[in-house]
Design a protein around this ligand. Sequence first.
Ligand code: GLY
Ligand code: MN
Ligand code: MN
Length: 492
Amino acid sequence: MTNNKESQIVSLLRPYRDLLSSNKSFMQKRHFGQPSAQTHPHLVSQGEVTPGINKEEYDSTKTCLVNKIVHASGNKSENHIVILPSASTVYMTYDIPYRFRQNTEFLYLSGFQEPDSALVIHTTSEGYKSVLFVPRRDPHKELWDGPRSGDKGALELTGVAEAYNTDELESYLYNYCKSYKDYIVWYDLNQPVLKHSHENVIQDFLKQEGKMAIVKPTGHIQDLRVVKSPAEVQLMKHTTEVASQAFVDVMKFSRPDIKESHLYAKMDYECRIRDAEILAYPPVIAGGNRANIIHYINNNQIVHDGEMVLMDAGCEYHGYTSDITRTWPVSGKFTPAQRKLYLSVLAIQQVCISMCTQEFSLSEIYQAMVNEIALQLVLLKLIPRSVVDDRSKLLRAVQKFCPHHVGHYLGMDVHDTSLVSKTIKLQPNMIITIEPGIYIKADDETVPPEYRGIGIRIEDNILITETKPVVLTKSCPKHPDEIEQIMSQASR
Ligand code: GLY
Ligand code: MN
Ligand code: MN
């Protein structure tokens, strides 16, 4: 080969060489599979693992869990091992993933956002150790799916004591059985999230002689999750404010003959433009009689003049959810019947909100909601007065007009901490929803015609404090006069 040819080839190959070396530096620099203070300073501050929550908080949450399970086991054993798998990617169709959503309990304790991982926390003679198992770095996979943190990245990012690759979980658990005896394994056997590790590694570990018992840890983790930390309260204030402001814009945008799908698009846009990552659940955007279908999510009809629209929507902001419902007339003006029914629901909701204190539980507030709905239905002459004197008749009459509960705990999940009983008293820094409704079907001939085909729900998010309840969604208009005033500033 002549010198000339050689230099031609070298110059031909230069772009590939440059590409390879830039790819190498890309891999070296961006070594996290999730936003970090280095790569996303607009989202994550120094010292934080996830936006708003720092390493110290993740540490103290793990300490609280260890203390809780040791206490819950009545000190039967001093050896405990918690195995908490992450979620895996779920596919919509071949090769096409749904947006990844991390297992909530795993995320709450680790802050780690990648799939196919596991958190192991076990007691030691010095206290406890937390170990994270994460997907091994893989240039080919990272080329398609983006960077992975790898064991080193996970260690740096989350502040766990040790981190390994997920394929090392087996040997870690094998060594654990060699070193410890009479241990309690805290693992959710009934709902294995990480299928591959469950079938190939964890099940074998669970069969080992050294274990004393296998106990589900989820309830204990949810007992911690249900009471929010100050940092979590801040995030909840933010997510509820974002959704509240978005509702205002959707109200202003609505008009007669608006498509439900356009209200959906507007809500999605107004939440994302305020930096929420996604809507927290498929919203219910139900015009007219469709508001009586509690889980109506088709959102493909047109809301006509004279009809109300019920919108139940919320967003997820840095992993924390809001959950709001408002019902308003798309024309911007309530009819007399709509206003009357609406004010009844509002009166019921106000009584329920006033009970959001340490004195009551969600179940007790539900009982109050049932009584208040009955009272309002009597006042509206929708049920006879005599129903109120018979508890079972009253309950049946109320459930015909409102088949759902008064509310639920709210946090990282919409129906948050579902294992926590609704019969326990509320505590400061719990966040709940209060969401009474009255639903009257279009074909209900027992009801005067002007009320038929109207479904109204009003849902707010409430922070429990030492004193009065704080309505986190207070900037979302609720009184009919306020709604009419907002809608008169239409942006349509
Ligand atoms: N958006 C679901 C609920 O209100 O419970
Ligand atoms: Mn809701
Ligand atoms: Mn709700």
